[in-house]
Ligand binder design. Structure first.
Ligand SMILES: Cc1ncc(COP(=O)(O)O)c(C=O)c1O
Length: 457
């Protein structure tokens, strides 16, 4: 099944050739959507149409300021609709998911306790460490998640609490039962924030239907790579403290020694906002919603099945997941090949086959330690080695992640390339950087394009 792509869902840079080592080119195959995705044609069109009108927002008196303000505020409406927000939810524009979760972390009541599972991306782990935080182990059976959360929240006792959970793991592509876990949290009076960075580009986000309090997402993962993200949800906690960033635009009035903060969203958007980014994100939301997120998800599921079947044929390839191959997921495959460093596999795919993937820990060290069967007793040693500048023993894997325009042919090319690598190894020479542990072609004779923004060759 190929996605019935309408033009608005075309991506910038699709059908480009990239150079291979030793000469020659190949059609670029992108399996790195989970990290960052190219711009949708609809986003590119919206930005081009808007740029001549770009001007300051909110306080500008000029006509173009009026247009820009209207576009910026309309983007909030489009984002709210896309995530299925309640009427009284607020949309705060941020830089990305990391920023969104830090904004929320800074807004939590002083005595708020935070609970997360240890499968989260660092963006949904580290901001909470400014508070009393409890990290729950991920049970081997997903049906036990609700019970583990229930026990943890029961033990917390009265007082404000936040449960932070991802909708989809960026490491494994597995979906988390967000609505079920939110129901458990609600029974205990805990608030819920959902990290929707990976779900938003691949399936429906349903803030109100899940009955969660906030969702966070990144534009650059949902085909609007213009440096914008969003935090959407309840207004109350976002209006009770000093904001994460203090500055112009976030205030109603400032005296010599006091500040009257503005209401949300302005209170959480100090400084000149990223208006072009907001317009881009709004356009992405509209284009994806027009196409239908259920269709997007159906395409993902089809690609996942094809990837699974194909990767099973690659000699020795081991896929890594938390709950098993049959757990609901999006089209992400994280794997290792026996005896081959994850970064070498990624380097060969790029240099010899024109296939872009990602490798490493995917900003989820605690989860990777578990998935890669690292002995917990070895963790302090690895930590000490990293502190001393040696990254060689940090666990890692290679990740292939599909997106809107991934085709069956792309999947087959990935599977075919991995089969060759598994059987024959590289056909070029590579070396490893002793500091980063990363592998790269040596020599790397692929020329950079003449873009004007690159250093002269
Ligand atoms: C699940 C998840 N959460 C949060 C993030 C952080 O996103 P950003 O880097 O856009 O802030 C990522 C990025 O990969 C992610 O995959």
């Amino acid at each position: 099944m190929e996605l019935a792509t309408v033009e608005a869902l075309d991506l910038a840079g699709a059908d480009m050739d990239v150079p291979l080592v030793g000469g020659g080119t190949a059609r670029a195959v992108n399996f790195d959507f989970a990290a960052s995705s190219p711009a949708l044609a609809a986003v590119d069109d919206a930005v081009r149409a808007f740029l001549p009108w770009y001007s300051s927002v909110h306080r500008g008196a000029g006509y173009k300021s009026m247009v820009s303000t209207a576009a910026y505020e309309q983007a909030r409406v489009d984002v709210a609709r896309f995530v299925g927000a309640r009427d009284d939810d607020v949309v705060v524009f941020t830089r990305n998911t990391t920023d969104s979760l830090n904004v929320l972390s800074a807004a939590l009541p002083d005595d708020c306790r935070v609970v997360t599972f240890l499968g989260e991306h660092h963006a949904d782990l580290l901001p909470w460490r400014r508070h009393e935080v409890q990290h729950l182990p991920i049970p081997p059976d997903p049906t036990e998640l609700a019970g583990v959360l229930d026990d943890a929240l029961s033990a917390l006792g009265p007082g404000p609490a936040l449960f932070a959970v991802t909708a989809v793991s960026n490491v494994t592509g597995e979906c988390w039962p967000v609505a079920e876990l939110a129901a458990v949290a609600r029974r205990h009076g805990a608030r819920v924030v959902v990290d929707a960075a990976q779900l938003a580009p691949h399936g429906p986000v349903e803030l109100a239907a899940w009955e969660v309090d906030w969702v966070a997402l990144s534009g650059h993962k949902m085909y609007a790579p213009y440096g914008v993200g969003a935090l959407v949800g309840r207004r109350d906690w976002l209006e009770q403290r000093e904001p994460f960033l203090a500055g112009g635009g976030a205030v109603a009035f400032v005296t010599d020694d006091d500040v009257l903060w503005a209401d949300a969203p302005e209170r959480q958007e100090a400084g000149s906002p990223n208006v072009v980014g907001a317009v881009a994100l709004g356009a992405a939301c509209q284009a994806l919603a027009d196409h239908g997120m259920d269709r997007v998800l159906a395409h993902e599921r089809h690609l996942d099945r094809r990837m699974r079947a194909g990767l099973e044929t690659v000699p020795g390839l081991r896929r890594h997941h938390v709950w098993g191959d049959d757990h609901p997921r999006i089209a992400v495959a994280t794997f290792t090949l026996p005896g081959m460093h994850h970064s070498l596999v990624a380097a060969i795919l790029s240099a010899e086959y024109g296939i872009a993937v990602r490798d490493g820990c995917f900003c989820a060290h605690p989860l990777m330690v578990r998935l890669m069967d690292v002995d917990p007793a070895d963790v302090p040693r690895i930590s000490a080695e990293v502190a001393a500048g040696n990254h060689a023993n940090v666990p890692g894997a290679t990740r292939a992640s599909a997106g809107l325009t991934t085709t069956d042919d792309d999947v087959d090319r990935l599977v075919d390339a991995l089969g060759r690598i598994a059987l024959d190894g590289p056909t070029w020479t590579y070396d490893q950087d002793p500091v980063t542990g990363n592998w790269s072609p040596c020599p790397d004779d692929r020329p950079l394009p003449d873009l004007g923004c690159l250093p002269p060759t």
